[in-house]
Design a protein around this ligand. Structure first.
Ligand code: FAD
Length: 431
């Protein structure tokens, strides 16, 4: 009898944990065949992407090769992009892989017995003209590296003597956690780069943070947190423009809802997310207006019990009628639950665990300048924290991720390597 095959698509914050756990629990023991599919070759934890974009994080150290990880953890890896799903034949289709003009791998089909879809989210441009063409996004490592490259070029251009009187104008559209953290990280990047032969001034960046909502961090409930983050950003020289949306982007400028045209050297779009377009009614599954796969509370898709979806790409109903939010901790917790539910199904038991989101805390980290947030929000509003405790807790989410993915010994070693690297290398990746 052939082994049941469990295919996980997307090795991000949620999917990598599912592949790792299933690989260790079933794959290594020869109880099931586990295959992880991702369009990228290496895993970078998405909440770190803004640090990749500014160069404060070195992908050479942080990126984890899926192939290397698969080998040590009882699963197989296939690189590919999900483009189709045939539920009757229980197969998925992966797009061909090209290297420029050359096709390296043709389109392929992959059979599954159980499927976990964990392909995350992409920026939602809400159909606003010019955004796709003229703004940068922070959805993938490749895009983050592209932003870094572009920033480096701007720094080089600026450092020529004749450019010194011109500021580099950066617009960040969307003042949620991603936009605010990115703004602070850019200020930090300029601060750090000055000691390394770049003839730049501390105020060389003119960063403008734009949001259509009345205040920054609209998803943060506590006004005190929103206010303190806004104050810190303004102290850093970031200009905040709330209550104004972007209606159009053009080469070198963006147009605001009041008609103002802002000249910009770089625009970054961080104003909202949706699930990737490929998911829209894929294989006849139920999706919502944000392309998210509609799932039951146990993460099974509503129209197919063998297909699960977790993390940003799913719409998981909560007891109060809301949906689980798109967060790293949600993807991870849903992943843990799905592993148990699939194991139950393999043992002919119903997959009865249901996901209820408990907000352990949300923190905003303004680079090395300031960290603030709310902990244990599910306990009567929670506790506001800032400073060292907040920073420690913020970083502990990634530490937990490392421990989960690498295991306790390797995970601890990875943390030590990161610390050593901070000590030995420049604070910014300069090449
Ligand atoms: C800059 C930034 C900062 C953030 N900070 C925080 C934070 O502090 N705290 C927090 O809780 N959340 C944060 N988030 C949100 C968090 O990153 C996401 O909620 C989380 O990563 C979602 O996990 P996921 O597994 O659903 O998707 P992801 O982690 O995005 O993983 C999706 C994976 O699927 C792969 N993939 C995508 N499409 C396909 C396809 N068609 N075929 C094959 N593979 C595919 C991708 O390569 C990726 O590996 C942040 C996000 C960003 C961008």
């Amino acid at each position: 009898m052939s082994l049941p095959r469990i295919v996980i698509i997307g090795g991000g914050a949620g999917g990598i944990g599912v592949a790792t756990r299933l690989g260790r629990l079933l794959g290594r023991k020869g109880k099931a065949e586990i295959i992880l599919v991702d369009m990228a070759e290496a895993h970078i934890w998405k909440p770190l992407l803004h640090e990749v974009a500014t160069g404060s994080l070195d992908t050479g150290i942080e990126a984890m090769s899926y192939r290397g990880h698969a080998r040590g953890n009882g699963y197989r890896f296939q690189q590919g992009t999900l483009t189709g799903l045939d539920r009757e034949r229980r197969t998925i289709t992966l797009a061909p892989i090209h290297d420029g003009e050359q096709e390296l791998l043709p389109a392929r089909e992959l059979a599954y017995d159980y499927l976990v879809i964990a392909v995350g989210s992409v920026a939602d441009d809400f159909g606003i003209p010019g955004i796709q063409e003229h703004c940068r996004f922070l959805d993938t490592t490749a895009q983050a590296l592209d932003i870094r490259q572009s920033l480096r070029k701007q720094f080089l251009r600026y450092a020529r003597d004749e450019q010194l009187d011109q500021k580099i104008k950066i617009a960040i559209i969307g003042a949620g956690a991603t936009g605010t953290e990115m703004a602070a990280d850019m200020v930090n990047a300029v601060d750090q780069i000055r000691g390394y032969g770049f003839n730049v001034q501390p105020d060389m960046l003119s960063i403008i943070l734009i949001d259509a909502e009345a205040e920054i961090l609209p998803a943060v409930v506590r006004p005190a947190i929103r206010e303190s983050v806004a104050r810190k950003l303004e102290d850093m020289g970031v200009e905040i423009r709330t209550g104004q949306g972007v209606t159009r982007a053009e080469p070198g400028r963006i147009i605001l809802s009041d008609g103002t045209a802002l000249e910009v050297d770089l625009s970054l779009w961080a104003a909202g997310i949706k699930a990737p377009n490929e998911l829209n009614e894929i294989g006849g599954l139920e999706t919502n207006c944000r392309n998210q796969l509609v799932v039951k509370p146990n993460a099974q898709t509503t129209r197919d019990e063998r297909i699960f979806a977790i993390g940003d790409c799913c719409a998981c109903p909560q007891p109060d009628g809301s949906l689980a939010p798109p967060r790293g901790q949600v993807a991870r917790q849903m992943g843990h639950m799905v592993v148990r539910n699939i194991i139950d199904m393999l043992n002919d038991r119903p997959p009865k665990r249901e996901y209820v989101y408990r907000d352990l805390g949300s923190l905003v980290n303004l680079s090395r300048f300031y960290t603030v947030g709310n902990l244990f929000s599910f306990l009567g509003g929670g506790v506001m924290v800032e400073g060292r405790l907040a920073r420690f807790t913020y970083h502990s989410l990634y530490r937990r991720h490392l421990l989960e993915v690498y295991g306790p010994v390797r995970g601890s070693l990875m943390m030590a390597v990161r610390q050593l690297s901070h000590f030995l290398r420049p604070p910014l990746k300069l090449h």
